[in-house]
Design a protein around this ligand. Structure first.
Ligand code: CA
Length: 187
């Protein structure tokens, strides 16, 4: 008997959101389809600008050779905003080493052409690592729609990232901590 097709797993509740930053459609298309089959909620950004404009994801696959921006710049920019795990995808394997990765703030890398199985294994490993280092409640503050992660120094309002200077961030943490105290009757 013919097996019925598995129900589509796209957009399932709680699925890990992966942002695939890749300009080459011949790579992006099968990659996005494969990751969707693996149960990831996949979004595709074909340029660096699209990657920086995308909603925050749980993991970023970042091709370094992009048409508009230097992938290394995109990587640094993403890292400045949040602690999202980043796996760099490079066609220039010999130019990528651990030192460059650390400088960029990336968590791991794969070199093209990479095996799909290997990539998914690395993705799951990186997600496991970031999960075990997940912020404890004391590292985060929630006031109204405001969410502050003191560890990664990331601030979101209703899910949108705020870009703050270090001083602004410290002031906001100070004010938010007082608001939380007030709400708990600490005064
Ligand atoms: Ca490319």
């Amino acid at each position: 008997a013919k097996k019925t097709a598995a129900p589509p797993r796209r957009r399932q509740a709680g699925a890990m959101q992966v942002l695939v930053v890749e300009d080459d459609e011949t790579i992006a298309e099968p990659l996005c389809a494969g990751l969707t089959r693996e149960g990831f909620d996949v979004r595709h950004a074909p340029t660096g600008a699209a990657a920086l404009a995308a909603e925050p994801a749980d993991l970023v696959l970042l091709d370094l050779g992009l048409p508009d921006l230097d992938g290394r710049v995109v990587c640094r920019e993403l890292r400045e905003r949040s602690a999202v795990p980043i796996i760099v995808v490079s066609a220039r394997g010999d130019e990528i080493d651990r030192v460059i990765l650390l400088e960029l703030g990336a968590d791991d890398y794969v070199v093209k052409p990479f095996g799909f199985r290997e990539l998914v294994a690395r993705m799951r490993a990186v997600l496991r690592r970031s999960d075990s280092h997940q912020a404890s409640p004391a590292d985060t503050l929630d006031v109204g729609g405001l969410h502050i992660d003191r560890r990664s120094r990331a601030v979101t309002v209703e899910g949108r990232h705020l870009t703050l200077t270090p001083k602004e961030f410290d002031l906001l943490v100070h004010l938010a901590a007082h608001a939380v105290d007030d709400a708990h009757g600490a005064h």
